[in-house]
Design a protein around this ligand. Structure first.
Ligand code: PEP
Ligand code: CO
Length: 419
């Protein structure tokens, strides 16, 4: 069971692209291995310390961003909009509930998607599915859909620029927060907001090449982002993705969908977080509004019974996807219902409702339906821009933040009454 950055290669793997040009892949891996790390160990430790506060029930994790980042729609404005949206949502949560917020963007590495079907057929022509800009292109041609390892270098370059921009905006959040706070009536000493990065660790060739050894702590770190997570389709106990994630010391997320039982979850936790370290593991429930009560109580009961420090967070997006015409969409009412149920189950099981995980963009898209500026099915094609799943637009994300702020405030009131 010795771990190395490459030990995942000995395990069964799903969702890893097969590159026709193996030599080209090797050259790309070498270049990434020689590249500067995207994140610093100090920043990863900073995130871990903030997450330890969430684990102790003293803070709330706000995680959000695109379903899939794209090369074509990249620019400083886009990064800035995501940053500002998270900043504003965080300020709303703090204002209403008094809780500290951990800001974690789905950004700077979210370039690859697991797919339920590995091929797509249009008019009798079958080609590999689009799997995210780090793998292949969205255009329906054989050339574009062939996995190209050079895309990993483009993803790395974009992630690098993105992290630079986020750091600059973090430093400047001194300048923005007073205005946001004044609008929300928050009176606080303004500190710069640390904005951390996260993505699904799907492309293990990329992750392995960006893993670095820390001599002083005798630990390995994934330097592709501050936190990585394992998707619901790649969390097999003996699979390659779990093998990779268990050996790096970063905070790790684990998507928990309806097919995960309590025993399997505990075995995964033993493997991913054997020391039960506060701030190491985030369990991200994604069941669908109608299924939360069926699955979550048993899972939360198990983590509480076993005294686990893992954080519980709610992804109210991935269990609530439906199709309207030919487009995938999600109803704001379902998203709010899943979040509401998450808080209720957590209260009933005496577990800290520790966070939310959203697919959202600051842009004015028409991908999810409902909200205080209501969108209906006819609006969907107007600005349907996502490269994968439907995202909340800025207004809908603020609607969600407002609802979560109220739930957090209610929890805080109940706790102080009980004290
Ligand atoms: C995602 O977060 O984009 C995703 C694919 O989620 P899940 O693994 O939970 O389906
Ligand atoms: Co998604």
């Amino acid at each position: 069971m010795t771990w190395s950055p490459a030990s995942w290669r000995q395990h069964p793997m799903t969702q890893i692209p097969v590159y026709p040009d193996v030599a080209a892949l090797g050259r790309v891996e070498q270049r990434l291995a020689a590249a500067a790390p995207l994140t610093t160990i100090a920043d990863i430790l900073h995130l871990k310390a903030q997450l330890a506060q969430v684990s102790a029930g003293r803070a709330f994790l706000l995680q959000g961003g695109d379903c899939a980042e794209s090369f074509a729609e990249f620019g400083a404005d886009k990064v800035r909009t995501t940053f500002n949206l998270l900043l504003q949502m965080g300020a709303m949560l703090r204002a209403e509930s008094g809780t500290e917020v951990v800001h974690l963007a789905r950004i700077a590495g979210q370039f690859a998607k697991p797919r339920s079907s590995l091929s797509e057929t249009i008019d009798g022509v079958t080609l590999p599915s689009y799997r995210g800009d780090a793998v292949n292109g969205p255009a329906f041609t054989a050339a574009s859909r062939t996995p190209d390892p050079k895309r990993l270098l483009d993803a790395h370059r974009q992630a690098h620029v993105t992290i630079g921009l986020l750091n600059a905006y973090s430093a400047a959040s001194y300048a923005d927060l007073p205005k946001i706070n004044a609008e929300l009536g928050i009176d606080e000493v303004v500190r710069p907001v640390a904005m951390f990065t996260s993505h699904e660790a799907l492309l293990l060739n990329y992750e392995e090449a960006l893993t670095r050894y820390d001599e002083s702590r005798e630990t390995w770190w994934a330097t592709s982002g501050h936190m990585i997570w394992l998707g619901d389709r790649t969390r097999q106990l003996d699979g390659a993705h779990v093998e990779f994630a268990r050996g790096v010391a970063n905070p790790v997320g684990l998507k928990c969908g309806p097919s995960l039982g309590a025993d399997e979850m505990l075995r995964l936790m033993d493997r991913l977080d054997p020391d039960n370290e506060p701030g190491r593991l985030v369990l991200i429930g994604r069941f669908g509004a109608r299924n939360v009560w069926k699955h979550l109580p048993e899972l939360m009961r198990a983590t509480r019974r076993e005294g686990r420090n893992a954080i519980w967070s709610s992804d109210p997006m991935h269990g609530n996807t439906q199709t309207a015409g030919s487009l995938k969409t999600r109803m704001l009412a379902d998203i709010l219902a899943e979040i509401g149920a998450f808080f209720e189950v957590a209260a009933a099981e005496q577990v800290h409702a520790g966070g939310i995980h959203l697919e959202m963009t600051g842009a004015d898209v028409t991908e999810c339906l409902g909200g205080s500026l209501p969108l209906s099915e006819e609006d969907l094609p107007r600005r349907y821009l996502t490269h994968c799943d439907p995202r909340l637009n800025g207004a809908q994300a603020l609607d969600v933040a407002e609802a979560v702020a109220k739930l957090l405030a209610k929890g805080a009131r109940l706790a102080s009454n009980a004290a």
